[in-house]
Write a protein that binds this ligand. Structure first.
Ligand SMILES: Cc1cc2nc3c(=O)[nH]c(=O)nc-3n(C[C@H](O)[C@H](O)[C@H](O)COP(=O)(O)O)c2cc1C
Length: 392
């Protein structure tokens, strides 16, 4: 599989020579700035919000500047292969889109899950659909083309509804179940508390629930006729203290590969595997849940070591393709992009997100090839070096 994604930049320069400059930005700061200008204020505030005083949110970004990779010369790889095997599928690269509940609200037409699925089809970058989506999971997967996609599960405390979500995801054709274990209740978010800003409490991104008869059978009227009653029922089923027994139950419900999302401790890495995980997902939920003050990147090597031969995938703080290179060199098998892709959706839907993902892949490929790495095995063998740079 050729992974010369860097060719994208030559097309950008060729278009510019013909007088057509790119309509969309290439760096995170500009992307975030454009999103802040474009998104409705309440959506931007929700996506950018952090738990507590935001120290974990900041630490997860700063952590990348403490590592670097050392470039090697005269080993230019003209053909690169950056593909990986994950969840029994061959992926064109180790980059994927994280589950972001409310990403549905980030596209101009408020159907961001569909727009992201189409960008996934156009680029080969897998999309992870959150339980919270503006369109039901069956409609979203219709749009992903040949690119594998994953379904993220927030486990409801109603077993019938939970089993239904799992069975629907498998029947619809998702390639894996991403079970989130760090969000059994909401993190303490001052920015959201100030404005009472949790979109699902106002009926947004509830389409997986509202399209499920195991949810609607508890309502006297359909959700669109009595939203208050639907949300009152949601409030009853959404919170649930999770235990490893719950993971064993999920395992018993499906043959889909399972990634357990929210792991930061080596012991939890082992426990996740012992209780049914095929993949460990190391993340701090973008600093929105536990405001522990520690970066997930720093914890990644121990989680990887404890996981042994089980793949560990990673997100939190990836703002630049160089960050993905560092996480891979520290042992991750695949790396998730979070907020940046939600922001990139805001100013042009599928088109601007496709541009962003192609640009990210180009920078990823060029960073590796200019450093002399022809594939990910070469990067992992070289590893990282400490960097003296100050935090970004
Ligand atoms: C607005 C928002 C909503 C999110 N919703 C979910 C979700 O529904 N399920 C989930 O597992 N993770 C969710 N996450 C966490 C992301 O999957 C990912 O872990 C996080 O965004 C990574 O941090 P970063 O975006 O700062 O890089 C959400 C993140 C954001 C910013």
């Amino acid at each position: 599989m050729s992974s010369n994604f860097g060719d994208f930049q030559m097309r950008v320069y060729a278009d510019a020579v013909k007088g057509v400059n790119s309509r969309y930005p290439f760096d995170f700061r500009s992307i975030e700035h454009k999103a802040a200008e474009t998104l409705p204020d309440w959506v931007y505030r929700y996506v950018s919000a952090a738990a507590g005083d935001g120290r974990t949110q900041q630490a997860k970004i700063d952590a990348f500047s403490h590592y670097g990779v050392v470039p090697r010369m005269m080993v230019s790889p003209p053909q690169r292969d950056l593909s990986i095997e994950l969840f029994g599928k061959r992926l064109i690269s180790p980059i994927f889109m994280c589950p972001i509940g409310m990403v549905g609200l980030c596209a101009p037409d408020f159907h961001g899950d569909i727009a992201a699925a189409r960008a996934s089809a156009a680029t080969g970058v897998p999309f992870t659909l959150s339980t919270f989506s503006q369109n039901p999971m069956e409609e979203v997967i219709e749009e992903v083309g040949n690119t594998p996609s994953f379904f993220q599960l927030h486990l409801p405390n109603d077993r019938e509804l939970a089993a239904s979500f799992i069975n629907r995801a498998q029947a619809a054709g998702y390639s894996a179940l991403v079970v989130t274990v760090d969000t059994w209740e909401l993190g303490f978010s001052p920015a959201d508390l100030e404005r009472g800003n949790v979109p699902q409490f106002r009926g947004f991104c509830m389409q997986n629930y509202y399209s499920d008869e195991n949810f609607t059978k508890h309502l006297a009227k359909p959700p669109h006729e009595d939203q208050a009653a639907a949300l009152a029922h949601y409030a009853k089923v959404c919170v649930q203290p999770l235990t490893w027994e719950d993971l064993r139950w999920i395992r018993s419900q499906t043959t889909l590969p399972i990634a357990v999302k929210g792991i930061q401790h080596a012991d939890d890495s082992r426990l996740a595997i012992d209780n049914g995980a095929d993949v460990v997902y190391c993340t701090n939920h973008g600093g929105r849940q536990a405001n522990s003050g520690i970066s997930t990147l720093q914890l990644l090597p121990e989680v990887v070591k404890a996981a042994g031969s089980t793949p560990v995938i990673f997100d939190s703080g990836v703002r630049d393709a160089t960050d993905a290179v560092i996480a891979l060199a520290l042992g991750a098998t695949a790396v998730g992009i979070g907020r940046p892709y939600a922001y990139a959706l805001s100013y042009g839907g599928t088109e601007s997100l496709t541009h962003y993902l192609k640009s990210f892949l180009a920078q990823f490929d060029l960073t590796l090839s200019i450093c002399g790495f022809k594939d990910l095995a070469a990067l992992k063998a070289a590893g990282v070096e400490p960097a003296l740079t100050a935090a970004r």
